[in-house]
Design a protein around this ligand. Structure first.
Ligand SMILES: NC(=O)c1ccc[n+]([C@@H]2O[C@H](COP(=O)([O-])OP(=O)(O)OC[C@H]3O[C@@H](n4cnc5c(N)ncnc54)[C@H](OP(=O)(O)O)[C@@H]3O)[C@@H](O)[C@H]2O)c1
Length: 338
């Protein structure tokens, strides 16, 4: 079968960073589904893993966002049948989705939205799992409206995660959503996904919050460069407020700044359940099923900006380069095998 992979840790422009290869198809066992991958999306994690040291120099297949058709099921699978059209992010410790066929554990997959094609479906899983877990599990926000009217600041609103987090916070939780974006096009994108206010992350955030009548916020979801915003976040969070980030601190940050406000802080890592095979791993599949229903009901809209094809080394390199610039708006998808 076809796949796109690499044997070395390389930068985006190096010739061998993306190779079109032929590899053997795997066999579905236990709770695994063998999926004929139809479309994939690229996330910043792909670009980070691509550059990670790779001592054994075996083939590494990236890709943690896909849609496709189930072609075989393991003996212990209960929730899916051959022919089901599914979407999933997969597991960071397993081979990724940039291959014609891929194994995925049924507990972290769901039937794709029926109203979306494979390309638009492939854009959703990784970012939706992240946004959903961050909002409803780490920040503990109600998704049934109990927290309606509370205010959330999302730093980095127009990216892949922000594009779905804004919608979930607005449509399900009915929060007052303040997103950040630095350009007219990224600002418009946030507003089109439901942000009540958009402020510029490169300008004075407390002053802009004050100007829109929200000097302090109940929640902060930081989707970028937390270290650079840490002081600002701890300044604007309300007493007893909740802060969550999905990115690493790249330097020591002073957690003492949380104490005077008894503010809570949490990390969200969307691979935690699949990587550690936690007892509640099935929550990932469930939230993807709920998301598919919300999409089909018209409550959530697409996060796709661009679809290219086919899935090959050339297109993979182009989309990695776009993501690596750090100015992506929404999601970029690659569809079909040519
Ligand atoms: N922990 C997890 O489970 C998890 C899951 C998914 C993603 N992540 C990580 O979270 C980050 C965001 O992911 P993503 O998919 O949303 O990325 P993305 O789509 O590449 O985000 C691009 C957006 O980031 C904004 N941005 C760039 N630099 C910024 C800055 N200094 N301050 C504020 N915003 C900035 C840009 O807005 P403007 O163009 O308007 O400036 C752009 O719209 C990545 O580091 C990713 O690896 C972690």
């Amino acid at each position: 079968m076809k796949a796109v992979g690499s044997y070395k840790a390389l930068t985006v422009n190096e010739a061998e960073a993306f190779l079109d290869v032929e590899i053997d198809r795997q066999v579905a066992t236990a709770r695994n589904l063998l999926v004929n991958v139809k479309a994939v999306s690229v996330n910043p994690v792909d670009t980070k893993v691509r550059k990670r040291p790779h001592p054994d120099e075996t083939l590494r297949i990236l890709g943690w966002d896909a849609s496709g058709v189930v072609t075989a099921v393991g003996d212990d699978v209960t929730g899916f049948r051959v022919g089901d059209e599914i979407y999933y992010a997969g597991c960071i410790t397993k081979p990724g989705s940039n291959s014609e066929y891929q194994l995925v554990d049924e507990r972290i997959a769901a039937k794709k939205p029926t109203s979306l094609g494979f390309a638009e479906s492939a854009a959703l899983p990784l970012t939706t799992i992240t946004a959903w877990e961050a909002l409803f599990e780490r920040l503990g926000i109600s998704k049934t409206g109990t927290d309606a009217g509370k205010t959330i600041l999302m730093i980095g609103g127009a990216g892949g995660v922000g594009s779905i987090a804004i919608q979930l916070a607005k449509k399900l939780s009915q929060l007052n959503v303040i997103a950040t974006a630095s350009r007219p096009e990224s600002s418009d994108w946030c507003k089109a996904r439901g942000a009540d206010h958009v402020i510029n992350h490169y300008e004075n955030i407390p002053a802009q919050l004050e100007a829109i009548g929200h000097a302090n916020v109940d929640y902060v979801l930081c989707l970028t460069n937390i270290a650079g915003y840490w002081k600002t976040i701890t300044d604007v969070i309300k007493p007893q407020g909740d802060i969550c980030t999905i990115v690493d601190f790249f330097e020591d940050s002073n957690l003492d700044l949380l104490k005077p406000k008894s503010a809570r802080f949490s990390f969200e890592f969307m691979f935690v359940r699949s990587m550690h095979e936690t007892d509640d791993m099935g929550e990932v599949g469930k939230l993807l099923s709920e998301t598919a229903a919300l999409i089909d009901n018209g409550d959530l809209i697409t996060t796709v900006t661009e679809v290219v094809g086919p899935i090959n080394a050339e297109n993979m390199r182009k989309i990695h380069a776009t993501i690596e610039e750090g100015r992506a708006i929404g999601k970029y998808v690659i569809e079909g095998w040519g």
